[in-house]
Write a protein of this length. Structure first.
Lengths: 251, 302
């Protein structure tokens, strides 16, 4: 009696689990018997197995398979990933550890997509031009830009000087993006060698990055050149006298 | 003949060895626990380590003979560590490998790859660091959250004692209306709405008995039995009777009647203080002075 009840239970439970789980996932060893055991009578317990029935062959090791990307809905703006309400598809480990556990994203379901969609008011107030702009800001603010100027000919620093220096450092931008300090910086002046000033870089006409620049003098004549300084960005330096930050009005 | 045996009429269906629920304390376990036990131990779990054949019959490739398909699951081993983590239905497989046609088979253990990760329970409002497998995490993603994973899956698929204990805690929290989320009433409402569908398949007693191992269930039962037949010593009973009599006689030191109204848990302490007061009254007042404590015939301290 008990047995029949338990079998009924089994049947009921199996049906229930089939409805709740849409698809069987396997990330493990999948084995198969090399020698199948002999057939047993229906509705009877299986026969006692021989040692050779315990010889297994590996069908698949799903641990080493590449796992597909996961789709989630972002709850807020996430730097380098996307804006609020975006459905992003990323690697499952990154999604779980960096987005789902900190509560920055939710699983992709129709209810969640609707719940976290951007409202009209949020759409009109643009806070971020792109998900990746902040990364550029962080990169620009982390470096000390070497601005190498002529030691022999007179010059005044202009945006295209900064643009060329940035290009040497691996950043490409237009002249309009660069805002210099209000004061003129003239040279050549060896008092200004190795001194710092700040300029502002505007990304996508929205985000602003404060860029630290350091003046260096360089001559075409090798005998006139200043001695080489190894890794100048690690050496503490002073700001240029009489040069302030670029004011907000000019930006 | 059957009626003459101690088993009585049951013997007609054949002799049955008494199991763990037929003798001793196990026989007193409630049906709610037996139901959970059937779900955990007597149900066939979903196939994890093998691919079951769907069809009813199959044809031999060589001989073309038709024979029925009998899916016999691979025997799995749950080491104690499996019950301290959540392995998502995976277990250790003990068997042999035939590495070369002419060589003897070699014993081999297939052990799942474990890693420590964090799971988040929305109902309990808690982050927990547990040992999991990739399969556990995939199942959590498929069910859209750890709570859904616990509540949707049967005990036989969860497999580990830790997961079952967590499931009980989640169910109890749902029953009480998520007390851990009391700070955020809006979120609490949403969570209750999302998860309350799972409460329908359990009665309160089933939730109370869910997710215990056999030993834990026996301990729980023993504690319940002990609670039920707690014996109060005669000393306490007679003392309270005496104090009542003294009160009725109108003796002030027996304490005023207002003390009687206090809860029963603190009653014992009050009685002790009453008795102290009584003994003080009997002894002469000089006995409490410091002179009485000095023993002139005692050993001198050097």
């Amino acid at each position: 009696m008990l047995k029949s009840i338990s079998q009924l239970q089994v049947h009921f439970n199996l049906l229930k689990s089939a409805t709740s789980l849409q698809q069987q996932v396997r990330t493990t060893f999948i084995l198969k018997r090399k020698y199948d055991p002999l057939l047993h009578k229906t509705n009877e317990n299986p026969r006692r197995m021989r040692a050779k029935n315990f010889i297994y062959e590996l069908v698949e090791d799903t641990q080493v398979k590449k796992r597909p990307n996961m789709e989630v809905v972002l709850k807020t703006f996430v730097e380098g990933v996307g804006d609020k309400g975006d459905v992003v598809s990323l690697k499952p480990n990154f999604v779980y550890n960096k987005l789902l556990l900190p509560g920055l994203a939710a699983y992709k379901t129709p209810e969640n997509i609707e719940k976290y969609a951007k409202t009209e008011a949020e759409k009109s107030t643009v806070q971020h031009s792109s998900a990746y702009a902040q990364r550029t800001v962080n990169m620009l603010e982390s470096i000390v830009l070497a601005v190498v100027m002529n030691k022999d000919q007179p010059w005044v620093i202009e945006p295209w000087h900064i643009k060329a220096s940035l290009r040497k450092a691996g950043f490409h931008c237009k002249d309009e993006c660069i805002t210099l300090p209000n004061e003129r910086i003239e040279g050549p002046d060896l008092k200004k060698e190795g001194k710092d000033f700040y300029c502002t870089i505007t990304i996508n006409k929205l985000e602003q990055a404060k860029l630290k620049c350091r003046l260096h003098h360089w001559s075409t004549d090798p005998s006139e050149r200043l001695p080489y300084v190894l890794e100048h960005w690690k050496i503490p330096s002073e700001p240029l006298l009489g040069v302030n930050l670029p004011s907000e009005k000019n930006v | 003949m059957a009626h003459a045996t101690p088993q009585g009429i049951k013997l007609l269906n054949g002799w049955k060895r008494p199991g763990r629920f037929d003798k001793g304390l196990g026989a007193q376990l409630p049906d709610a626990y037996k139901k959970f036990w059937r779900e955990w131990k007597l149900t066939t779990p979903a196939a994890v380590h093998y691919i079951p054949k769907e069809q009813q019959w199959e044809r031999d490739e060589v001989t073309h003979a038709i024979k029925p398909v009998q899916n016999i699951p691979l025997p799995l081993i749950d080491p104690p560590e499996a019950h301290q983590g959540i392995w998502g239905g995976e277990a250790v497989i003990k068997g042999f490998q035939k590495r070369h046609q002419t060589k003897r088979r070699v014993p081999h253990f297939w052990v799942p790859q474990l890693k420590r990760s964090v799971v988040h329970s929305q109902v309990l409002n808690e982050y927990m660091s547990v040992v999991v497998t990739e399969r556990t995490l995939e199942q959590i993603h498929e069910c859209h959250g750890f709570d859904h994973y616990l509540l949707k899956n049967l005990a036989c698929d969860l497999r580990s004692a830790l997961a079952l204990k967590m499931k009980r805690q989640v169910l109890q929290a749902l029953q009480q209306g998520c007390p851990n989320l009391a700070d955020e009433p809006k979120l609490q409402k949403e969570v209750l709405k999302e998860y309350s569908q799972y409460l329908e398949s359990y009665t309160p007693e089933e939730i109370d008995w869910y997710g215990h191992t056999y030993l834990e269930a026996i301990r729980k039962l023993q504690n319940k039995l002990r609670e039920a037949e707690r014996v109060q010593p005669h000393k306490v009973e007679f003392r309270s009777k005496l104090i009542d009599q003294l009160r009725q006689a109108g003796i002030n030191e027996a304490g005023s009647a207002t003390k009687l109204e206090k809860p029963a848990t603190t009653d014992g302490e009050h009685k002790d203080s009453d008795i102290e007061a009584l003994t003080k009254l009997e002894s002469p007042s000089a006995s409490s002075s410091w002179l009485s404590k000095i023993n002139p015939f005692g050993k001198k301290e050097t």
